[in-house]
Design a protein around this ligand. Structure first.
Ligand code: SAM
Length: 342
């Protein structure tokens, strides 16, 4: 697989590679392979399990960064400053003092704020010249210090505490779509005829992020699993569950891959609508297509999504009868039933 311009620039900036290289969030495994081809020892750390699957098993970092003690880190810059700060503080606390960091990104996604954030964790920060619409930030002389992440916040609107790492969707805030979904679930649960109230079986928060939906489900009695592609999301979901005095099981996977048929009575999700910087509805469509199989007969899929997204026909086709349970200016909440005979 050819190297993209960001990875190419990072390798050129690195010059001759030292003994141990850590590659962080390589999207396709190509940079990890290119480093290995030079003879350097390489380990990869990926937040997203789909990216991790592109890395050979023997190249995956299994222990801590401090244990591996890399001389050089090649890091695909995250877009959010919270994620950048969270990772930068971890690196500054765990790297050997002599280690260098080269953090590359597409110029259109980079801001001067990134230099400022990096400068709080590394004494020396500078930027490369841009090439092929890409740039590399160089950071060295790590400044170990207190970790500001994960961060917690009480959300009075839903009576829950969110705890989140910096790379997590909405971090510890309440996304307005998630708010509408939780309000609607709570309303239906309080209705005498609401099936949500009558059955308290197994529930899945699909694409859990900080795990607020999972924490709510567990708090009202569901045996709950939280699943996400992101390592940071699952760490956060666990912290959020504990902050709300609940227990949830955790699963790091792409959508519903590997979930046994007829496993859940309820799936609730604010599904992903982008991957990295790019809008992408494919994971949400894949989740809808797979939901019926993993729901028990009589089970329900609850989704919240932006009203303009064309999920309704897919829900009706793939899952079953689908009602709109709530709608505001931006979002729609749907409830799809896997018919008892389905
Ligand atoms: C819109 S966010 C919702 C997060 C959280 N449930 C909330 O309501 O704040 C979607 C989440 O789906 C996760 N995600 C993206 N693609 C996924 C996939 N293929 N399988 C599972 N989770 C995925 C993202 O990491 C993100 O946490």
């Amino acid at each position: 697989m050819p190297l993209d311009p960001v990875s190419t620039l990072m390798l050129e900036e690195a010059g001759s590679l030292p003994g141990r290289v850590l590659v962080v969030d390589d999207p396709d495994g190509a940079l990890v392979r290119a480093v290995a081809d030079t003879g350097a020892q390489v380990r990869a750390w990926n937040d997203d399990v789909r990216e991790e699957n592109g890395v050979p098993l023997e190249a995956r970092l299994t222990g801590s960064i401090a244990d591996w003690a890399p001389d050089l880190v090649l890091w695909r810059l995250p877009r959010s400053l919270g994620a950048l700060e969270d990772y930068a503080q971890t690196l500054a606390n765990e790297l050997p003092a002599h280690a260098r960091v080269l953090a590359g990104g597409r110029i259109k996604h980079m801001t001067p704020g990134q230099n400022t954030v990096l400068g709080r964790s590394f004494a020396d920060v500078s930027a490369s010249l841009g090439r092929q619409k890409s740039r590399v930030l160089r950071a060295s002389s790590p400044l170990p210090g207190p970790q500001r992440w994960p961060q917690r916040r009480y959300l009075p609107e839903v009576g829950l505490t969110a705890v989140a790492h910096g790379a997590v969707f909405a971090t510890n805030r309440l996304d307005p779509g998630t708010h509408l979904l939780l309000r609607t679930l709570a309303r239906v649960a309080s209705e005498p005829e609401g099936s949500i109230r009558q059955t308290r079986g197994t529930a899945l928060d699909l694409g859990c992020g900080s795990g607020l939906i999972a924490a709510w489900l567990a708090s009202v009695g569901w045996v709950t699993t939280a699943t996400d592609v992101s390592r940071q999301a699952l760490l956060s979901a666990q912290l959020t569950a504990h902050a709300n005095h609940t227990e949830v099981a955790l699963r790091r996977a792409d959508g519903l891959a590997g979930v046994a048929p007829d496993s859940f009575d309820l799936i609730a999700s604010n599904p992903p609508f982008h991957r990295g910087a790019a809008k992408d509805s494919a994971p949400a469509f894949a989740m809808i297509a797979a939901a019926k199989t993993v729901l028990r007969p009589g089970g329900e899929l609850w989704l919240v999504f932006n009203s303009h997204l064309p999920y309704l026909p897919a829900l009706r086709r793939h899952v079953g009868p689908t009602n709109i349970e709530a709608q505001d200016r931006s979002f729609i909440v749907t409830r799809s039933l896997k018919e008892p005979t389905g």
